[in-house]
Design a protein around this ligand. Structure first.
Ligand SMILES: Cc1cc2nc3c(=O)[nH]c(=O)nc-3n(C[C@H](O)[C@H](O)[C@H](O)COP(=O)(O)OP(=O)(O)OC[C@H]3O[C@@H](n4cnc5c(N)ncnc54)[C@H](O)[C@@H]3O)c2cc1C
Length: 292
């Protein structure tokens, strides 16, 4: 039988201000725990280094989805079940609703939160590509106040984010300007449920007179952190989606990604399939754009 160290402490203040003051007053001492689907795996494996945990699961300020004018604001403590079932997200941000539906299994979606997915910062985080595609911004909060970080600047490296130790992800804000956009999302995994992505891609875009007017492409599992393909986007902007452009975009993708071999896949498989997904996306955009 495995034995667990007894010196863990879990507190549940149930009040946002108390949590924020604790993170300010005892820096790097307390680790927030939301749904616990990442933290409890580490605990179960005997690898959880953090000894003092403060629960943010019951905080109402983190559990709301608010539609305010030009944005939808999704609380950092919202579960993927809540996100996937929300009518406003289903209608205006279907790529995110789709990603929510394939994170782990039902139990995971009931407990796993969007804040936990982003703060944990796995390169394979499945909500990430859709957030790049929708040009999200992250609202963070601390006892010092709040600030907004464009999601494209949130990931700084492997498991490194722009979050300071005293900050929580308060909300993910999505601008409501993608209703008519072309869109694409695909997860490649061993099976549909309970499989971490080998690769995940999401994109939104617009064509004007047959040329790419706007495009945002997010990818998972192709770099040390979730990645927005800005160099590939630059190749595409203003171009017609010809075979030559698509070939050039595949090359740009290959240059700006750094996939690795791991237990789920190989670097060469990831490179090949990522290029195929890009091409599938661009050809579907070209076909839908022609019908507009
Ligand atoms: C069986 C299984 C299958 C899974 N499948 C997938 C999958 O297919 N796709 C996928 O992307 N993930 C998957 N996951 C990973 C996990 O479920 C998600 O990353 C989930 O979103 C984590 O959220 P949480 O609330 O449970 O995080 P927690 O475990 O509570 O926390 C994770 C980290 O985030 C920090 N944190 C949490 N909330 C906040 C906040 N609001 N502000 C600041 N920091 C915060 C915590 O301090 C901790 O460091 C799977 C996990 C398991 C166990």
């Amino acid at each position: 039988m495995r034995s667990y160290p007894a010196d863990y402490e879990l507190i549940t203040p149930g009040n946002l201000d108390v949590v924020l003051c604790l993170l300010r007053d005892e820096p790097n001492q307390w680790t927030p725990i939301a749904g616990g689907t990442e933290i409890m795996v580490l605990y179960g494996a005997g690898k959880l280094l953090a000894r003092k945990l403060v629960s943010i699961w019951p905080l109402p300020e983190l559990r709301e989805i608010v539609e305010d004018g030009d944005f939808i604001s999704i609380g950092g403590g919202c579960s993927f079940t809540q996100i996937g079932r929300h009518p406003g997200i289903q209608k205006h941000f279907p790529l995110l609703a789709q990603c929510a539906s394939w994170i782990g299994g039902i139990a995971n979606q009931n407990r796993g939160t969007i804040g936990g997915n982003l703060a944990n910062a796995s390169p394979a985080a499945d909500s990430a590509p859709a957030l790049f595609a929708y040009d999200a911004e992250i609202e963070v909060i601390s006892a010092r106040g709040s600030r907004r970080i464009p999601y494209s600047q949130f990931h700084l490296g492997y498991k490194k984010t722009a979050l300071a130790p005293d900050e929580l992800i308060h909300a993910v804000r999505l601008p409501r300007r993608f209703d008519g956009a072309l869109r694409y999302v695909r997860k490649v995994g061993t099976r549909n449920a309970q499989a971490i992505s080998k690769i995940c891609m999401a994109a939104t875009g617009n064509l004007r007179h047959g040329r790419v007017e706007e495009i945002r492409i997010g990818m998972g599992s192709m770099a040390p952190a979730p990645l927005r393909l800005t160099a590939t986007e630059q190749v595409l902007l203003g171009a017609a989606l010809s075979d030559a452009t698509i070939a050039e975009a595949r090359k740009a993708l290959s240059n700006e990604t750094t996939p690795i071999d791991d237990i789920r896949s190989t670097a060469s498989y990831r490179s090949l399939v990522a290029g195929n997904l890009l091409e599938e996306m661009l050809r579907s955009f070209a076909a839908s754009g022609a019908l507009k």
